[in-house]
Design a protein around this ligand. Sequence first.
Ligand code: KG4
Ligand code: ZN
Length: 361
Amino acid sequence: MTTTTILGIESSCDDTAAAVLRGQAGAAHVVSSVVMGQTALHADFGGVVPEIAARAHAEKLDHAVAEALAKAEVTLDDIDAVAVTAGPGLIGGVVSGVMCAKGIAVARGLPLYGVNHLAGHALTPRLTDGVPFPYLMLLVSGGHCQFLIVSGPDDFRRLGGTIDDAPGEAFDKIARLIALPQPGGPAIEERAKAGDSRRFKLPRPLLDREGCDMSFSGLKTAVLRQRDHLIIDGTLRAQDQADLAAGFQAAVVDVLAEKTRRALAVYAQLTDTRTLCVAGGVAANMAIRTGLTTVAEEFDTGFIAPPLALCTDNAAMIAYAALEQMGSRAPDDMTLSARPRWPLDQTAQPMLGSGKKGAKA
Ligand code: KG4
Ligand code: ZN
């Protein structure tokens, strides 16, 4: 097998990223990975503003690529192929990345691969841990929430996902409701350490419904109602804030754990050697990791959580997905276009609602 050096580009949400990856499917290493965030640009707006994101990507992409090449101590002469996120995501950002990748590919005569962002997340456990197919992936971030059985580089079966907010989105919104800073996930996890998770009765949405679909927006409304009873003179006491944070986090853990049990029951019918993998920023949460580890043990299943830098949005995963797929697909040409919605499992029912990254995939 030949060793390929591939440049990856990612700009589908609020991170401008470029990476150089070297190797082959199942045996590649990240030579460099640069992620330029935009948190400060969106801080005053309470969420990612698509137009601001697109403009920032257009400004930063060249710099991210130059920095990734420099850190890898290579030039474009050493690159064999270019991979870019072609969707799903905020369309302005995806267009910026696709245009940048097309420019490099056409100028240098390199093959171009448009990659599904979710495939990048879903294939990461093979990059980091060489996990064999098929494995079960729980993707939980600010923009995504779904269970996938990953059986090949382009073979994904979705077992279920959120019908409204993604969990990270819920963490961020709840943090705003209880006056904690953004991003909400780490702030809630920290505050919850001082809280009593049993003080408030919060719902565990959709556990009474069969299957692996999830919902987090009702939980948000329930926290809002409790908060409104507790506010005195416009402020929330620190203990009330901690108890709400702990109660909310415990509810998310319970929902993810129970839905993972159901997904594992489906997956267990397919194979004897089993691995549960998790990706996305929410996978940083220790309470969630502990809950998933326990469930994996119940099912005699391995548990893999890639290092955080490769769990959250990055371009190494995009380069790696192209590396996995290039054996079985032709490169794209200059007609490659950005797709705001691009479900991994084309046969699954479309998800309802819209997340931080636009329409749910
Ligand atoms: O994967 P990611 O970096 O970006 C996308 O959304 O694609 O995930 C960011 C999300 C944010 O919503 C953030 O609040 C959440 O991940 N997050 C966490 C934690 N760290 C980050 N959620 C819960 N607990 C955490 N420790
Ligand atoms: Zn992502």
